[in-house]
Design a binder for this molecule. Structure first.
Ligand code: ADP
Ligand code: GN1
Ligand code: MG
Length: 360
């Protein structure tokens, strides 16, 4: 293995308390390489190598993350509510190794990180965490943030990329995904709705998290209350509808994001209600238009993820980490099934949002 890929070498460049003694792969993120490090005197850290294919300007990512965590630290009572980065020997919050790989290190927070809610209460608390995150950043100067992934939730552009991958068919996989391709192409117009409303000013542009999966939040192990929001790499100007929608896509689904048996995939309307209630409670500043379009947010982000997974499948799996050759296709199929189920349940989704909105 190249030395640069060795986390054991990278960690020695950070000002940890104690000497690192163990370092093991950790978590189930799809993007960065994440390790948990323990030192001889019991301190625990997260060490990450930033994915340079996904983030072509890791310095900009760290500037954003640094600015956001500093801003949040002034607003919260308990420092464990935000990520705490360690300086490297250069004093920056990252270390660049001899191959140009970027590493960062921050305190491990001993909270619960769930792949699916274990109770309604857990899911409600995740809504509080992401909703509060959004509210706390309401006055953050958006113009100072870098766009770490250009046009990240621009669904019109995501479709453009999807169609380009389809056209190129680099690895000859298009024929094996014809049904999925047709499903997505039939919904191209709907997919652009939020983009168009942001452009026309009917929806406000906010500073948003943009990656609000349940496993990007930690809950307190004892109280199971919202503790800390993780994965700040994509904090950028965006729409609250995508943040709300992505949490629904991942956490209110009846099966994991990569469930191979699509019969198991659908929307759990009880969890949909629970998250909606929590998000509205934590985000009182949502406009009427945003409230009205919450179901649309859930549907469009699910379409977007279906398009992104399918694009990556057609591209030969270059973006998301995969465990087997069909993994991205399986993910895309599961998202497509979820969209189809949302379409079936559309009236109920709309009614639930109206009812919860009337209470908050
Ligand atoms: P990725 O972009 O690859 O998803 P994340 O920053 O989300 O990377 O980290 C991956 C996983 O590592 C998270 O889902 C979580 O399980 C774990 N993790 C990250 N930071 C912390 C932390 N400070 N404390 C505890 N666990 C963490
Ligand atoms: C990635 O980094 P992670 O695993 O939390 C991706 C999200 C997707 C998600 C799908 C920077 O999130 O946009 O919604 O996978 N992050 C990036 O599981 O592309
Ligand atoms: Mg993550």
């Amino acid at each position: 293995m190249r030395n640069s890929l060795k986390p054991e070498a990278a960690i020695t460049h950070f000002r940890t308390l104690g000497t690192p003694v163990t370092c093991k792969e950790f978590g189930s993120g799809h993007i960065n390489s994440t390790y948990q490090v323990r030192t001889d005197d019991g301190h625990v850290y997260i060490l990450q190598r930033i994915n340079r294919y996904v983030f072509n300007d890791p310095r900009a990512v760290m500037e954003n993350v640094g600015a956001v965590t500093e801003y949040l630290r002034d607003k919260v009572d308990d420092p464990s509510e935000t990520l705490n980065f360690l300086q490297a020997d250069t004093e920056a919050y990252y270390y660049v190794d001899e191959d140009g790989e970027y590493w960062r290190c921050y305190e491990f927070a001993d909270g619960l990180c769930l792949e699916a809610p274990e109770s309604d209460r857990d899911f409600y608390e995740s809504a509080i965490a992401f909703g509060r995150f959004q509210e706390l950043l309401r006055e953050f100067p958006a113009e100072t943030l870098h766009e770490t992934i250009p046009m990240f939730h621009n669904t019109v552009n995501r479709y453009r990329q999807f169609k380009a991958a389809l056209q190129a068919d680099r690895v000859g996989r298009a024929a094996s995904a014809q049904k999925e391709i047709d499903f997505l192409l039939a919904r191209e117009e709907t997919a652009g709705t939020i983009c168009h409303l942001l452009e026309s000013g009917e929806l406000p542009l906010r500073v948003t998290h943009n990656d609000t999966k349940l496993n990007n939040v930690l809950l307190n192990r004892e109280t199971r209350k919202a503790m800390c929001v993780l994965d700040l790499d994509t904090v950028m100007p965006g729409s609250s509808l995508y943040d709300y929608g992505d949490s629904i896509r991942f956490g209110a689904a009846t099966a994991p994001e990569d469930e191979p048996d699509t019969d198991k995939m659908g929307l759990n309307l009880d969890l949909f209600r629970v998250y909606t209630a929590g998000y509205l409670a934590a985000c009182p500043s949502l406009t009427d238009k945003e409230r009205e379009l919450l179901p649309t947010g859930a549907k469009i982000i699910t379409l977007e993820l279906a398009a992104r997974f399918l694009t990556d499948y057609l591209d030969g799996d270059r973006y998301f980490k995969t465990d087997y050759p069909e993994h991205n296709l399986v993910r895309a199929r599961a998202q497509i099934k979820l969209v189809a189920d949302m379409e079936q349940k559309w009236d109920e989704m709309t009614r639930i949002v109206a009812e919860e909105s009337a209470k908050h």
